[in-house]
Design a protein around this ligand. Structure first.
Ligand SMILES: Cc1cc2nc3c(=O)[nH]c(=O)nc-3n(C[C@H](O)[C@H](O)[C@H](O)COP(=O)(O)OP(=O)(O)OC[C@H]3O[C@@H](n4cnc5c(N)ncnc54)[C@H](O)[C@@H]3O)c2cc1C
Length: 371
Protein backbone atom coordinates (compact mmCIF):
# COMPACT_ATOMS: atom_id res chain seq x y z
CA UNK A 1 0.00 0.00 0.00
CA UNK A 2 1.27 3.52 -0.80
CA UNK A 3 2.61 5.40 2.23
CA UNK A 4 0.96 8.70 2.97
CA UNK A 5 1.22 11.46 5.61
CA UNK A 6 -0.16 14.93 6.28
CA UNK A 7 3.32 16.39 6.78
CA UNK A 8 6.61 14.76 5.79
CA UNK A 9 9.46 16.06 7.96
CA UNK A 10 12.84 15.26 6.43
CA UNK A 11 15.42 14.98 9.23
CA UNK A 12 15.04 13.68 12.78
CA UNK A 13 17.32 16.13 14.58
CA UNK A 14 16.23 18.64 17.21
CA UNK A 15 14.73 20.90 14.54
CA UNK A 16 12.62 18.26 12.79
CA UNK A 17 11.46 16.61 16.02
CA UNK A 18 10.48 19.96 17.57
CA UNK A 19 8.41 20.83 14.48
CA UNK A 20 6.67 17.43 14.80
CA UNK A 21 5.93 18.16 18.47
CA UNK A 22 4.35 21.56 17.88
CA UNK A 23 2.41 20.30 14.84
CA UNK A 24 0.98 17.56 17.05
CA UNK A 25 -0.14 20.25 19.52
CA UNK A 26 -2.22 21.64 16.62
CA UNK A 27 -3.50 18.13 15.85
CA UNK A 28 -1.47 17.83 12.66
CA UNK A 29 0.02 14.39 12.11
CA UNK A 30 3.47 14.06 10.65
CA UNK A 31 6.05 11.48 9.62
CA UNK A 32 9.72 12.06 10.39
CA UNK A 33 11.96 10.57 7.74
CA UNK A 34 15.44 9.94 9.17
CA UNK A 35 18.26 7.85 7.75
CA UNK A 36 20.62 7.58 10.76
CA UNK A 37 18.34 7.37 13.80
CA UNK A 38 16.54 10.14 15.68
CA UNK A 39 18.97 12.56 17.31
CA UNK A 40 22.05 10.64 16.32
CA UNK A 41 23.85 13.52 14.60
CA UNK A 42 24.69 16.93 16.13
CA UNK A 43 21.37 16.95 17.99
CA UNK A 44 22.43 13.94 20.03
CA UNK A 45 26.04 14.86 20.65
CA UNK A 46 25.82 18.59 21.39
CA UNK A 47 27.11 19.92 24.68
CA UNK A 48 23.51 20.81 25.52
CA UNK A 49 24.15 24.32 26.83
CA UNK A 50 21.06 26.57 26.71
CA UNK A 51 22.83 29.94 26.86
CA UNK A 52 20.63 32.80 25.66
CA UNK A 53 22.87 35.74 26.62
CA UNK A 54 26.12 34.94 24.84
CA UNK A 55 27.34 33.70 21.45
CA UNK A 56 27.29 34.86 17.84
CA UNK A 57 24.40 37.27 17.21
CA UNK A 58 23.86 38.00 20.94
CA UNK A 59 23.53 40.87 21.65
CA UNK A 60 22.22 41.32 18.10
CA UNK A 61 19.86 39.60 15.69
CA UNK A 62 19.65 36.33 17.64
CA UNK A 63 19.02 37.88 21.07
CA UNK A 64 15.23 38.19 21.12
CA UNK A 65 14.59 34.75 19.59
CA UNK A 66 17.28 33.15 21.77
CA UNK A 67 15.59 34.55 24.87
CA UNK A 68 12.15 33.36 23.72
CA UNK A 69 13.59 29.87 23.16
CA UNK A 70 15.23 29.87 26.60
CA UNK A 71 11.86 30.67 28.17
CA UNK A 72 10.09 28.04 26.05
CA UNK A 73 12.56 25.44 27.34
CA UNK A 74 11.76 26.36 30.94
CA UNK A 75 7.99 26.25 30.32
CA UNK A 76 8.18 22.96 28.42
CA UNK A 77 10.23 20.82 30.73
CA UNK A 78 7.72 19.36 33.17
CA UNK A 79 5.04 18.74 30.52
CA UNK A 80 7.34 17.36 27.83
CA UNK A 81 9.06 15.10 30.35
CA UNK A 82 5.68 13.70 31.44
CA UNK A 83 4.23 13.41 27.91
CA UNK A 84 7.29 11.59 26.57
CA UNK A 85 8.35 9.65 29.66
CA UNK A 86 11.90 10.89 28.94
CA UNK A 87 13.71 12.97 31.54
CA UNK A 88 16.13 15.05 29.48
CA UNK A 89 17.58 16.66 32.61
CA UNK A 90 16.81 20.32 32.01
CA UNK A 91 18.64 22.12 34.82
CA UNK A 92 20.22 25.42 35.83
CA UNK A 93 24.02 25.52 35.69
CA UNK A 94 26.83 27.64 37.07
CA UNK A 95 29.70 28.49 34.74
CA UNK A 96 33.25 29.79 35.11
CA UNK A 97 34.81 31.57 32.11
CA UNK A 98 38.52 31.89 32.68
CA UNK A 99 40.88 34.67 31.59
CA UNK A 100 44.22 33.30 30.43
CA UNK A 101 45.52 36.50 28.85
CA UNK A 102 45.30 40.14 30.01
CA UNK A 103 43.29 40.83 26.86
CA UNK A 104 40.51 38.45 28.03
CA UNK A 105 39.75 40.38 31.22
CA UNK A 106 37.83 43.48 30.04
CA UNK A 107 35.49 41.45 27.81
CA UNK A 108 34.65 39.05 30.63
CA UNK A 109 34.02 41.91 33.07
CA UNK A 110 31.68 43.58 30.56
CA UNK A 111 29.82 40.30 29.94
CA UNK A 112 29.45 39.82 33.71
CA UNK A 113 27.84 43.27 34.07
CA UNK A 114 25.48 42.60 31.15
CA UNK A 115 24.43 39.16 32.42
CA UNK A 116 24.05 40.30 36.02
CA UNK A 117 21.49 42.88 34.90
CA UNK A 118 19.18 40.15 33.55
CA UNK A 119 16.48 38.84 35.86
CA UNK A 120 17.18 35.26 36.92
CA UNK A 121 20.92 35.58 36.22
CA UNK A 122 23.79 36.39 38.50
CA UNK A 123 27.31 37.12 37.27
CA UNK A 124 30.51 38.65 38.63
CA UNK A 125 34.24 38.86 38.08
CA UNK A 126 36.49 36.73 40.33
CA UNK A 127 40.16 37.15 41.17
CA UNK A 128 42.33 33.98 40.93
CA UNK A 129 41.99 33.17 44.66
CA UNK A 130 38.18 33.29 44.39
CA UNK A 131 38.30 30.97 41.37
CA UNK A 132 40.50 28.58 43.37
CA UNK A 133 37.97 28.58 46.21
CA UNK A 134 35.19 27.50 43.83
CA UNK A 135 37.25 24.81 42.06
CA UNK A 136 40.78 24.21 43.41
CA UNK A 137 41.73 21.95 40.49
CA UNK A 138 41.65 24.87 38.03
CA UNK A 139 45.18 25.88 36.99
CA UNK A 140 46.86 28.43 39.24
CA UNK A 141 48.25 30.26 36.21
CA UNK A 142 44.88 31.78 35.23
CA UNK A 143 44.32 35.52 35.66
CA UNK A 144 40.80 35.31 37.08
CA UNK A 145 37.41 34.53 35.66
CA UNK A 146 33.74 35.33 35.35
CA UNK A 147 31.26 33.31 37.37
CA UNK A 148 27.69 33.17 36.17
CA UNK A 149 24.58 31.32 37.24
CA UNK A 150 21.26 31.18 35.37
CA UNK A 151 22.00 29.42 32.08
CA UNK A 152 20.38 26.03 31.70
CA UNK A 153 21.44 22.75 30.09
CA UNK A 154 19.80 19.57 28.85
CA UNK A 155 20.72 16.15 27.51
CA UNK A 156 20.27 16.92 23.81
CA UNK A 157 19.81 13.31 22.63
CA UNK A 158 17.06 12.75 25.19
CA UNK A 159 15.47 16.14 24.44
CA UNK A 160 15.31 15.36 20.71
CA UNK A 161 13.78 11.96 21.38
CA UNK A 162 11.35 13.48 23.91
CA UNK A 163 10.01 15.81 21.18
CA UNK A 164 9.58 12.90 18.75
CA UNK A 165 8.00 10.59 21.33
CA UNK A 166 5.58 13.18 22.71
CA UNK A 167 4.58 14.12 19.15
CA UNK A 168 3.43 10.54 18.64
CA UNK A 169 4.81 10.90 15.15
CA UNK A 170 5.66 8.03 12.81
CA UNK A 171 9.40 7.57 12.40
CA UNK A 172 10.22 6.30 8.92
CA UNK A 173 13.77 5.06 8.53
CA UNK A 174 15.00 6.04 5.10
CA UNK A 175 17.20 8.21 2.94
CA UNK A 176 15.39 10.93 0.98
CA UNK A 177 16.61 11.21 -2.60
CA UNK A 178 14.28 13.87 -3.96
CA UNK A 179 10.86 15.52 -4.08
CA UNK A 180 8.17 15.29 -6.76
CA UNK A 181 5.37 17.69 -7.56
CA UNK A 182 4.27 20.47 -9.84
CA UNK A 183 2.60 23.87 -9.89
CA UNK A 184 4.61 25.02 -6.85
CA UNK A 185 3.42 22.08 -4.73
CA UNK A 186 5.29 18.98 -3.62
CA UNK A 187 3.14 15.89 -3.34
CA UNK A 188 5.65 13.06 -2.96
CA UNK A 189 8.91 12.46 -1.10
CA UNK A 190 11.18 9.98 -2.89
CA UNK A 191 13.23 7.59 -0.76
CA UNK A 192 15.80 4.94 -1.60
CA UNK A 193 13.18 2.29 -0.96
CA UNK A 194 9.86 3.87 -1.85
CA UNK A 195 7.91 7.10 -1.77
CA UNK A 196 5.57 8.90 0.60
CA UNK A 197 2.62 11.05 -0.51
CA UNK A 198 2.23 14.16 1.61
CA UNK A 199 0.24 17.35 2.04
CA UNK A 200 3.18 19.47 3.25
CA UNK A 201 6.95 19.05 3.60
CA UNK A 202 9.40 20.33 6.22
CA UNK A 203 13.08 20.35 5.30
CA UNK A 204 15.00 19.81 8.57
CA UNK A 205 18.12 18.23 7.14
CA UNK A 206 20.63 20.17 9.27
CA UNK A 207 24.08 20.43 7.66
CA UNK A 208 22.85 18.37 4.68
CA UNK A 209 20.21 20.99 3.76
CA UNK A 210 21.98 22.10 0.59
CA UNK A 211 21.13 18.72 -0.89
CA UNK A 212 17.59 20.06 -1.33
CA UNK A 213 18.71 23.09 -3.36
CA UNK A 214 18.44 21.14 -6.62
CA UNK A 215 15.14 19.54 -5.53
CA UNK A 216 13.52 22.95 -4.93
CA UNK A 217 15.60 25.20 -7.21
CA UNK A 218 16.32 27.68 -4.39
CA UNK A 219 19.40 28.60 -2.35
CA UNK A 220 19.62 26.99 1.08
CA UNK A 221 23.11 28.15 2.08
CA UNK A 222 23.79 25.89 5.07
CA UNK A 223 27.31 24.51 5.46
CA UNK A 224 28.75 21.95 7.89
CA UNK A 225 31.01 23.13 10.74
CA UNK A 226 32.74 20.12 12.26
CA UNK A 227 32.87 19.82 16.06
CA UNK A 228 34.61 17.21 18.22
CA UNK A 229 34.12 16.39 21.90
CA UNK A 230 36.09 14.08 24.21
CA UNK A 231 34.04 12.53 27.02
CA UNK A 232 36.55 12.13 29.85
CA UNK A 233 36.49 10.33 33.18
CA UNK A 234 37.98 12.16 36.12
CA UNK A 235 39.04 10.54 39.37
CA UNK A 236 37.84 12.27 42.53
CA UNK A 237 35.00 14.71 43.15
CA UNK A 238 32.62 15.66 40.35
CA UNK A 239 33.20 19.07 38.77
CA UNK A 240 30.29 21.34 39.78
CA UNK A 241 30.52 24.03 37.08
CA UNK A 242 30.81 24.32 33.33
CA UNK A 243 34.28 25.77 32.73
CA UNK A 244 35.82 27.38 29.68
CA UNK A 245 38.86 29.36 28.67
CA UNK A 246 41.77 29.37 26.23
CA UNK A 247 39.71 27.59 23.56
CA UNK A 248 38.73 24.69 25.86
CA UNK A 249 35.33 23.96 27.38
CA UNK A 250 34.34 21.47 30.07
CA UNK A 251 30.73 20.34 30.54
CA UNK A 252 30.36 18.00 33.53
CA UNK A 253 27.35 15.71 32.94
CA UNK A 254 25.07 14.11 35.48
CA UNK A 255 26.43 10.62 34.64
CA UNK A 256 29.87 11.74 35.86
CA UNK A 257 31.52 12.12 32.45
CA UNK A 258 33.08 15.44 31.48
CA UNK A 259 32.37 16.48 27.88
CA UNK A 260 35.37 18.46 26.72
CA UNK A 261 36.03 20.32 23.52
CA UNK A 262 34.58 21.80 21.54
CA UNK A 263 36.36 22.34 18.25
CA UNK A 264 35.30 24.17 15.08
CA UNK A 265 36.69 23.10 11.71
CA UNK A 266 35.45 23.82 8.20
CA UNK A 267 36.21 20.44 6.72
CA UNK A 268 33.28 19.60 4.46
CA UNK A 269 31.26 16.56 5.46
CA UNK A 270 34.20 14.83 7.17
CA UNK A 271 32.82 13.09 10.27
CA UNK A 272 35.94 11.14 11.27
CA UNK A 273 37.33 11.51 14.80
CA UNK A 274 40.73 13.17 14.47
CA UNK A 275 43.58 12.09 16.79
CA UNK A 276 45.33 15.40 16.04
CA UNK A 277 42.25 17.29 17.24
CA UNK A 278 42.02 15.06 20.34
CA UNK A 279 45.61 16.02 21.20
CA UNK A 280 44.79 19.69 20.69
CA UNK A 281 41.76 19.47 23.01
CA UNK A 282 43.87 17.78 25.71
CA UNK A 283 46.61 20.41 25.37
CA UNK A 284 44.09 23.22 25.83
CA UNK A 285 42.45 21.42 28.76
CA UNK A 286 45.82 20.97 30.47
CA UNK A 287 46.20 24.78 30.50
CA UNK A 288 42.99 25.33 32.47
CA UNK A 289 42.31 22.06 34.32
CA UNK A 290 45.52 19.98 34.40
CA UNK A 291 43.87 16.79 35.74
CA UNK A 292 41.76 16.54 32.60
CA UNK A 293 44.74 16.82 30.25
CA UNK A 294 45.45 13.10 30.54
CA UNK A 295 42.13 11.83 31.92
CA UNK A 296 40.77 8.51 30.66
CA UNK A 297 38.80 8.71 27.41
CA UNK A 298 35.29 7.22 27.55
CA UNK A 299 34.13 8.37 24.10
CA UNK A 300 35.19 10.67 21.26
CA UNK A 301 32.39 12.16 19.11
CA UNK A 302 32.38 14.18 15.92
CA UNK A 303 29.41 15.91 14.31
CA UNK A 304 28.47 18.76 12.03
CA UNK A 305 26.72 22.02 12.88
CA UNK A 306 24.41 23.55 10.24
CA UNK A 307 25.73 27.08 9.64
CA UNK A 308 24.41 29.86 7.36
CA UNK A 309 26.41 32.86 6.04
CA UNK A 310 24.83 35.20 8.62
CA UNK A 311 24.84 32.60 11.45
CA UNK A 312 21.06 32.87 11.74
CA UNK A 313 18.57 30.04 11.21
CA UNK A 314 16.47 29.62 8.06
CA UNK A 315 12.83 29.26 9.05
CA UNK A 316 9.60 29.48 7.13
CA UNK A 317 8.03 28.87 3.76
CA UNK A 318 10.36 28.01 0.89
CA UNK A 319 10.15 30.75 -1.76
CA UNK A 320 8.05 29.64 -4.73
CA UNK A 321 6.60 26.63 -2.92
CA UNK A 322 3.11 26.59 -1.51
CA UNK A 323 3.58 23.65 0.86
CA UNK A 324 7.31 23.45 1.66
CA UNK A 325 8.89 24.87 4.84
CA UNK A 326 12.52 25.15 5.96
CA UNK A 327 13.63 24.49 9.55
CA UNK A 328 17.41 24.54 9.50
CA UNK A 329 20.61 26.56 9.93
CA UNK A 330 20.67 26.78 13.74
CA UNK A 331 24.48 26.74 13.77
CA UNK A 332 26.02 26.51 17.24
CA UNK A 333 22.71 27.11 19.04
CA UNK A 334 20.36 24.45 17.66
CA UNK A 335 19.53 22.88 21.01
CA UNK A 336 18.69 26.24 22.58
CA UNK A 337 16.68 27.23 19.50
CA UNK A 338 14.86 23.91 18.98
CA UNK A 339 11.55 24.78 20.70
CA UNK A 340 11.35 28.15 18.95
CA UNK A 341 12.16 26.56 15.60
CA UNK A 342 9.47 23.93 16.18
CA UNK A 343 6.85 26.38 17.39
CA UNK A 344 7.43 29.11 14.80
CA UNK A 345 7.47 26.71 11.83
CA UNK A 346 4.38 24.85 13.09
CA UNK A 347 2.62 28.21 13.68
CA UNK A 348 3.45 29.39 10.15
CA UNK A 349 2.27 26.10 8.66
CA UNK A 350 -1.01 26.01 10.55
CA UNK A 351 -1.96 29.71 10.84
CA UNK A 352 0.36 31.63 8.50
CA UNK A 353 1.79 33.70 11.37
CA UNK A 354 3.78 33.43 14.60
CA UNK A 355 4.40 35.65 17.61
CA UNK A 356 8.03 34.52 17.85
CA UNK A 357 10.78 36.86 16.62
CA UNK A 358 11.71 35.04 13.42
CA UNK A 359 11.03 37.76 10.84
CA UNK A 360 14.76 38.13 10.14
CA UNK A 361 15.17 34.41 9.47
CA UNK A 362 12.85 33.88 6.50
CA UNK A 363 14.45 32.00 3.57
CA UNK A 364 13.83 34.98 1.20
CA UNK A 365 16.85 36.77 2.64
CA UNK A 366 19.03 34.58 0.46
CA UNK A 367 18.73 34.85 -3.34
CA UNK A 368 15.74 32.74 -4.17
CA UNK A 369 16.26 30.94 -7.45
CA UNK A 370 19.32 29.03 -8.56
CA UNK A 371 20.69 30.67 -11.71
C1 LIG B 1 30.31 19.70 19.19
C2 LIG B 1 28.99 20.43 19.18
C3 LIG B 1 28.53 21.06 20.33
C4 LIG B 1 27.31 21.74 20.32
N1 LIG B 1 26.89 22.32 21.48
C5 LIG B 1 25.70 22.99 21.49
C6 LIG B 1 25.21 23.56 22.70
O1 LIG B 1 25.85 23.46 23.75
N2 LIG B 1 24.02 24.22 22.65
C7 LIG B 1 23.28 24.35 21.51
O2 LIG B 1 22.22 24.97 21.54
N3 LIG B 1 23.72 23.80 20.36
C8 LIG B 1 24.90 23.13 20.32
N4 LIG B 1 25.36 22.58 19.15
C9 LIG B 1 24.62 22.83 17.91
C10 LIG B 1 23.46 21.86 17.73
O3 LIG B 1 23.89 20.55 17.99
C11 LIG B 1 22.90 21.95 16.29
O4 LIG B 1 22.62 23.29 15.96
C12 LIG B 1 21.61 21.17 16.16
O5 LIG B 1 21.79 19.85 16.64
C13 LIG B 1 21.13 21.13 14.71
O6 LIG B 1 19.94 20.38 14.67
P1 LIG B 1 19.29 19.95 13.30
O7 LIG B 1 18.07 19.17 13.62
O8 LIG B 1 19.15 21.17 12.44
O9 LIG B 1 20.41 19.06 12.58
P2 LIG B 1 20.86 17.54 12.84
O10 LIG B 1 20.94 17.21 14.27
O11 LIG B 1 22.09 17.34 12.01
O12 LIG B 1 19.67 16.69 12.20
C14 LIG B 1 19.46 16.62 10.82
C15 LIG B 1 19.04 15.20 10.52
O13 LIG B 1 18.64 15.09 9.15
C16 LIG B 1 18.98 13.80 8.69
N5 LIG B 1 19.03 13.85 7.23
C17 LIG B 1 19.73 14.73 6.47
N6 LIG B 1 19.52 14.48 5.17
C18 LIG B 1 18.64 13.44 5.11
C19 LIG B 1 18.05 12.72 4.02
N7 LIG B 1 18.32 13.04 2.74
N8 LIG B 1 17.21 11.69 4.29
C20 LIG B 1 16.93 11.35 5.60
N9 LIG B 1 17.47 12.00 6.67
C21 LIG B 1 18.32 13.03 6.41
C22 LIG B 1 20.34 13.54 9.35
O14 LIG B 1 20.60 12.15 9.41
C23 LIG B 1 20.17 14.19 10.72
O15 LIG B 1 19.78 13.25 11.71
C24 LIG B 1 26.55 21.83 19.14
C25 LIG B 1 26.98 21.18 17.99
C26 LIG B 1 28.19 20.48 18.00
C27 LIG B 1 28.64 19.77 16.74
Amino acid sequence: MAETTEVAIIGGGAAGCAVAYYLAKSRVRSTIIEREGVGNQASGNAAGGLNPLTGIGIPGPLAAFGWECFQLHAELYQGLKDESGIDYQHRTVGKIDLALEESDIDGLKETALRMDAVEGFEAHWMEPDEVAKLEPRISTSILGGMYDHGNTAADSHKLTNAFATAAGTTIREGNVQGLEGNGGKIDRVILDDGEISCGQVVMAMGPWSRRAESWLDIYIPVDPLKGEILRLELEGDRIQYDISGGGASIYPKLDGLNWCGTTEDWNGFDRENSQEVAKQIRKRLARIFPALGDAKLAKHTTCLRPVTPDWLPVLGQAPGWENVYLATGAGKKGILLAPGIGKSVADLMTTGETTLSVQGYFPERFATNLA
